[in-house]
Design a protein around this ligand. Sequence first.
Ligand code: RTP
Ligand code: MG
Length: 151
Amino acid sequence: MESGNLTFTMIKPGAVSNEYIGPILSKITEAGFRIAAMKMIKLRTAQAEVFYGIHRDRPFFKSLVEFMTSGPIVVAVLEKENAVEAYRALIGNTNPEEAKSGTIRKLFAESVSKNAVHGSDSDENALNEAMFFFSRSEIFTKDGEVMMAAN
Ligand code: RTP
Ligand code: MG
């Protein structure tokens, strides 16, 4: 299993509280992704601050952390050829008003901040984000035991 076949996603608090977990997972599997790992959790503030650390100096950082800790989320590892790019295409633009029709954010997002889902933006981040929430023994790829990139 090459790392390029995996990506990491979160179904964000707004989508969970709107009962969109099922519909979003349907879109994901209909698009040909396998679910390799999944669980429902509530982020602690310190976890959200680390996860979104790259945005620490952005004006929206505090509200992003507050939103992401406001309720339960679903975290999952998805498997498909060229997973990162394919999943970014499926979820659509960060701003749902600019997202193409049929994308997850067009269908389920409320706003740029309450934008339904997260998707990793590189293979490297996909691995780091997956390992932030799951141990190797909790990730089940098509080929069986997970073989993450040697790191
Ligand atoms: P994500 O990381 O959640 O998949 O989203 P993304 O790559 O499309 O967007 P990114 O630039 O990484 O931003 C992370 C999240 O911060 C929130 N955001 N708010 N108010 C704003 O202008 C603004 N810009 C970004 C969004 O919730 C975005 O998903
Ligand atoms: Mg991002």
